[in-house]
Design a protein around this ligand. Structure first.
Ligand code: NAD
Ligand code: MN
Length: 482
């Protein structure tokens, strides 16, 4: 079906390992409960537009029941349990996730469209590691914050996006539980299946009823969760537009809030950089997961003296990229998550042309069914162009040049966002200098999109506030008595 300069035989991952039910209810208080509205909605495989399952559409009544169940579990069980006992449950969950990692990886790819190579090697191992890591902190909170008497907040409402479904769930649930909170989580509507599998894992781990509740639904289900009066904390990852609505809804309440929002991250290549490694790094930074990455290196800044060479190498490399069925182990770029997202990306590509930028796409064929987008480069991009300013959330890279470090710092920071950045150079002093000056939560040097549960992640400016991961990630779920 693909594409590139050469043809590889397909190497398809089998889907036989995935056990799916035709219909999923809500996971509330340790039971599977029918939605009060009686409504269900379909979840699709974006690679071929087939229906995978039907999912319950939760409303305000369902959300309220879930929060009640979480409150009861908090008061009666979870807040009374020692950290060491909580840790044992988290370790057990992590081990079961690891045992089921192949099923989870295939399911993540089926429901979301990302290449199996990524869900198998990145999403699922990182999600398991997150549980292992926070399991280890559960009985060491006093040591993590000496003299500050850390205690749980209570019940957390958590809302996740579709780009890393199980990993974002792990970022939210693992630290919350380790700190002694109970949770109600609303996964994204296009990718709820691994969250529902996670509910089954909680059952298998015999996690006390109500500690984790999963309420599926659309944006209004998320809004209902935010509106509930009995939550102590809201944690949201998603778009800046929805983040602003949630921020407003929490003003004047006692809810604590963390927001992980959008990005338009700069990847900066200096003239002394090892060019071939940098080219691979640029490709990984923007085309990984179809560009559905909040911290994607979507703006490339190349020093003028090497610009034509870098652009030429990028075009050559793109010509050998495999776009196609995400279950094929050869695939580099899988399916865009939804029709709606594909339309957004296509709108931005048309806008780039209207704005006068020059486009390059490889000459690959796309599958005839499903939602696919060719990897796209734009050169001759003005700093003020909307394609260089707004988050596209797709496999589209804008390329600009610069002469001096002062100039690139100014251009890179001239963005409403500040989630991440990349710097490519062999000069250590320049790495330290630039990472001081770039207004971004993470600055990667000679690499990109590297994640680890021990390291905090989060943004500046309109990319949100609060940190997830590491010891910082614990403090988002604790209150301190001193
Ligand atoms: P989205 O904001 O539309 O949806 C995110 C979640 O919020 C979904 O579960 C959705 O159902 C829910 N939601 C929608 N409207 C809501 C409302 N009014 N109240 C409460 N909940 C509501 O975002 P998306 O399209 O799912 O994800 C893409 C966005 O997420 C991108 O902007 C991306 O940058 C961002 N993102 C950020 C990070 C990060 O860590 N900073 C990680 C992943 C994605
Ligand atoms: Mn889906």
């Amino acid at each position: 079906m693909s594409t590139a300069n050469w043809d590889l035989d397909p190497s398809m991952e089998s889907t036989a390992i995935v056990q799916l039910q035709p219909k999923y209810d809500l996971f509330i208080g340790g039971c599977w409960q029918k939605p009060k509205s009686g409504k269900y909605f379909a979840t699709y495989n974006p690679a071929d537009e087939s229906v995978l399952s039907e999912i319950a559409y939760g409303n305000q009544d369902d959300v309220n029941l879930a929060v009640e169940a979480a409150r009861k579990a908090y008061n009666e069980v979870w807040s009374k349990m020692s950290g060491a006992e909580r840790g044992k449950y988290l370790f057990r969950i992590a081990r079961i996730m690891q045992e089921k990692s192949r099923e989870l990886a295939v399911l993540e790819t089926l429901d979301g469209g990302k290449p199996i190579r990524e869900s198998r090697d990145i999403d699922i191992p990182l999600a398991c590691n997150h549980f292992f890591y926070y399991a280890g902190w559960a009985d060491k909170l006093a040591e993590a914050f000496p003299g500050q008497k850390p205690t749980a907040l209570g019940v957390a409402g958590q809302i996740t996006p579709w780009n890393f479904p199980l990993l974002m769930l792990a970022w939210k649930i693992a630290p919350a539980l380790a700190c002694g909170n109970t949770v109600v989580l609303k996964p994204a509507e296009t990718t709820s299946l691994t969250a529902l599998k996670f509910a089954e894992i909680c059952e298998q781990a015999q996690l006390p009823a109500g500690v984790v509740n999963i309420v599926t639904g659309h944006g209004d289900t998320g809004a209902a969760l935010v509106a509930n009066q009995d939550l102590d904390k809201i944690a949201f990852t998603g778009s800046t537009a929805v983040g602003k609505l949630i921020h407003k809804a929490c003003i004047g309440t006692s809810k604590k809030l963390t927001l992980e929002l959008g990005g338009k991250s700069a990847n900066i290549i200096l003239e002394d950089a090892p060019i071939d490694q940098a080219v691979e790094g640029i490709i990984n930074a923007i085309f990984f997961n179809q560009g559905h990455v909040c911290c994607a290196g979507s703006r490339l800044f190349v020093q003028e003296s090497i610009a034509s060479k870098v652009i030429e190498k990028l075009k050559f490399r793109l010509q050998s990229i495999y776009v196609g069925n995400p279950l094929d182990k050869n695939t580099d770029i899988g399916a865009v998550n939804s029709k709606k997202q594909l339309e957004t990306i296509e709108k931005y590509i048309a806008l780039g042309l209207e704005e006068g930028a020059e486009i390059f796409q490889p000459t690959c064929n796309l599958p005839s069914k499903g939602y696919y987008c060719k990897p796209t480069l734009f050169t001759d991009v003005a700093q003020s162009a909307r394609i260089a300013q707004e988050e596209i959330f797709g496999p589209v890279l804008t390329i600009q040049t610069f002469r001096t470090l002062e100039e690139v710092v100014q251009k890179a920071n001239n963005s409403p966002y500040g989630l991440a950045a990349g710097v490519w150079t062999v000069n250590g002093a320049r790495i330290f200098g630039l990472s001081q000056q770039l207004k971004a939560g993470v600055v990667w040097a000679n690499t990109y999109n590297k994640f680890d549960p021990t390291s905090p992640f989060g943004g500046y400016k309109e990319s949100g506030f609060g940190r997830e991961g590491g010891r910082h990630g614990l403090s988002a779920y604790l209150q301190f008595k001193n």
